[in-house]
Design a protein around this ligand. Structure first.
Ligand SMILES: [Zn+2]
Length: 281
């Protein structure tokens, strides 16, 4: 059942369709019919103003982490009967994965260049492109799966310690949890700008990583209706699982000591460095 995106009150329909020319607060729907947005009986606002908004506005609000746009997408648009994935979410998932491959590859390649400190990395860089691509595809697929499944386990499994402790009631729609994580990770698509501009600052990549984390927390909080603490805990466990599996794949081929996407290991160092840059003006 759809909800009012302002106050979460369940509503029967988000808009009413008119075939004839009805005046008032009507607007043309994408199919050309006249629609009138439902006004919420609970809070008096329009139940879902995003019905009329185009994708660009929604994407901007998504990046700005507006709870209403998350409610619109997660509850009113993408939630399917029997917890099936919306086809557009599967496409977004594939796009995000391919993007992840590109970014990881670029990041690792950059670390392989300076003064042959890591022999395995240099060996990897000399392999045929297709082999390198398959390696990074495998790395990113496994770490993404670890991220999703660890969070789905905690939210939707009967054996979740969170439901056992009474911190989070079991959420019976694991695919909706993955949908929330994918939608909120779309900030990752921003580095497409890298293709246009030379983008050589690891700190920028890290802030982007942290922006995705903030989006993930907000999306989980909105979908599960839990506290920020629980949502942050879930995101942290997922990130830890992703980092662990990613590191495992690198270790399996002998690559050690590479920077992870969030740069937790070198966060303090880069923080200090940023401070110096700031001071230098
Ligand atoms: Zn309302």
């Amino acid at each position: 059942m759809p909800i009012c995106i302002e106050c979460r009150h369940p509503v029967k329909t988000l808009w009413t369709e008119y075939s004839g020319a009805a005046g008032g607060a009507g607007a043309a729907s994408p199919k050309g019919q006249i629609i009138r947005l439902t006004v919420c009986r609970n809070c008096g606002n329009f139940c879902d103003k995003y019905v009329e908004h185009d994708f660009v506005v929604m994407f901007i609000d998504l990046v700005l982490i507006k709870p209403q746009v998350y409610r619109h997408l997660l509850h009113n648009t993408l939630m399917r009967e029997h917890d099936q994935f919306d086809p557009s979410i599967i496409r977004l998932g594939v796009l995000l994965l391919l993007f992840d491959v590109y970014l990881t590859w670029a990041r690792i390649e950059k670390q392989a260049v300076p003064a042959s400190s890591n022999h395995v990395l240099n060996q990897l860089a000399q392999q045929p492109i297709i082999l390198q691509y398959i390696f990074f595809l495998l790395h990113c697929s496994l770490s993404t799966l670890a991220f999703h499944f660890s969070i789905r386990l905690l939210t939707s499994s009967r054996f979740s310690p969170l439901s056992f402790l009474g911190l989070l009631p079991t959420y019976h729609r694991p695919n909706s949890v993955s949908t929330a994580l994918l939608v909120s990770s779309s900030t990752k698509l921003f580095p497409i700008l890298m293709v246009i501009w030379e983008y050589d600052v690891p700190a920028a990549a890290r802030s982007l990583g942290w922006a995705v984390v903030a989006n993930n927390v907000e999306a989980l909080k909105i979908l599960l209706d839990c506290s920020y603490g629980v949502a942050a805990f879930l995101t942290a466990v997922g990130a830890l699982a992703r980092w662990g599996v990613g590191r495992g794949v690198f270790s399996a081929v002998g690559i050690e000591g590479v920077d992870d996407g969030l740069g937790i290991r070198s966060l303090w160092a880069s923080g200090g460095h940023l401070g110096e840059l700031w001071a230098a003006g």
